[in-house]
Design a protein around this ligand. Structure first.
Ligand code: MN
Length: 305
């Protein structure tokens, strides 16, 4: 069982971060999971994640309530809204900001996940896509949407670069149900609201139960009702180096990404090939933290014992 830790994202937003975890670093290529809210942002500025870079990954944003404005160095300007899956593929490099608009709804609630790109795709061109009509799951007492791959026999059209699956499911009170999954994938169940029983384990809010591989279904039950995210994927066997907003394959590669971002900050977006300006020179940017004094080690999906 993995328990989220509380982290401040950007300037203002408290998030529960459950991946990466010391023991379980990834589920398939899913390598990062933040859950924020529900939070009343009617009296505050809301989310203030200033322009920052990414490499070697995709960000997957799924809002349950509220609105966030996404801007990126491709020129994308998008209102992220509930029920629309926003996927930003960093590939070799992108910069973006995520800011609550002034006319934001009072409630903000959502998830952001990252997907590690495999060797053959990590230097690809950056891209930004919105999937606004994902397929629904409708079973007695269960409703929700499949965000990627196939869960409960329902397949999402989402393009991924490794075999993945994800679904956001709401369970009514007093429900016990069996959800079919792919036995070749490893899975985890993350609780977004309420609590669920997964086989013999109780999973509470902001906890993630790692289920491993080899099962063709997952049986979940709840007394008081629950909302959960099922995440799965083919185990990601490449060793990666994940630091700040970057995924690379070596310490030196990450040092290079950081140096290119610092150069872009210094030059206000001019002459920075990997990370061009987000939208204008007046946009506030996040500076990279200092590198740790020890060399970053590449890691597999499981911590070496
Ligand atoms: Mn980001």
């Amino acid at each position: 069982m993995l328990k989220a830790r509380q982290v401040v994202l950007g300037k203002t937003t408290q998030v529960a971060r459950v991946l990466p975890d010391r023991q379980i670093r990834m589920i398939g290529a899913w390598c990062f999971l933040d859950h924020y809210g529900p939070e009343d942002v009617s009296q505050s500025v809301g989310m203030q994640v200033w322009a920052h870079p990414h490499t070697g990954l995709q960000t997957v944003t799924w809002l349950i309530a509220g609105e966030v404005e996404h801007r990126d160095s491709l020129g994308s300007v998008a209102r992220v809204r509930p029920g629309e899956l926003n996927i930003m593929t960093a590939g070799r490099g992108i910069a973006h900001s995520e800011i609550s608009p002034e006319d934001k709804p009072a409630q903000m609630h959502g998830l952001q996940l990252w997907v590690a790109l495999p060797e053959g795709s990590r230097e690809m061109d950056p891209a930004f896509e919105v999937y606004d009509s994902l397929p629904s799951v409708a079973m007695p007492g269960v409703s929700g949407q499949v965000l990627a791959g196939t869960i409960a026999g329902v397949t999402a059209p989402t393009r991924t670069y490794t075999p993945l699956a994800a679904a956001d499911l709401q369970l009514d009170k007093e429900i016990r149900t069996t959800i079919s999954v792919d036995a070749s994938f490893e899975y985890g169940v993350f609780v977004v609201a309420g609590s669920v029983q997964v086989e013999s384990e109780t999973v509470e809010l902001d906890q993630l139960l790692y289920l491993g591989r080899g099962r063709s279904s997952v049986t979940v039950s709840t007394v008081g009702g629950a909302r959960l995210m099922i995440l799965g994927g083919l185990p990601f066997e490449e060793e990666i180096v994940m630091w700040w907003n970057f995924i690379g394959r070596s310490h030196d590669e990450v040092v290079g990404y950081r140096a290119e971002w610092e150069e872009r900050v210094r030059l206000r977006g001019l002459g920075a090939a990997r990370f061009p300006a987000v939208i204008g020179d007046d946009e506030p940017v996040m500076e990279a933290p200092a590198m740790p004094t020890i060399k970053l080690k590449s890691r597999t999906r499981r911590q070496e014992s």
